[in-house]
Structures are given as structure tokens and as C-alpha cells.
Design a protein around this ligand. Sequence first.
Ligand SMILES: [Zn+2]
Length: 66
Amino acid sequence: MKARCILCEQIDILDDNSIEAKKLKNHPISTYMCTNCSAKITTQTQKRMSNKQYMVYKGDTQTNIL
Ligand SMILES: [Zn+2]
């Protein structure tokens, strides 16, 4: 199946039997992100998480990951 990345709009062809393709078929609202964009976001998030000022907001509580 074909899937378009939500960030760079690159169209990838996924194997129909892959887990990612099955998730997209079962939940059409979910979005697809290509491997390049996913890796870019992962590295930037890990860089921010290594900063001591990284906060997670859940409802009314505010917790620091570290
Ligand atoms: Zn992308």
C-alpha cells in the first residue's frame, strides 16, 4: 500500500503484510511518518530529553522526566 509522510509528503510503498500497513488500514485516522522524518524527530527529542529542563505535561500535573 502507498502511504504519504505527514511532514515531507514523500510517498512510500509499504508491504501489505507489515505491521505499519495493518495499523494504517485498521485505524485510518492515524498518520504515517517516513523513516527519515521519524529519525530526525527522535534525535531532536532525545536531545531535548537530555536537557534537565524537559517537562512532561499530563492534565494538571507537571512532571520532570529526569
Ligand atoms: Zn517524511
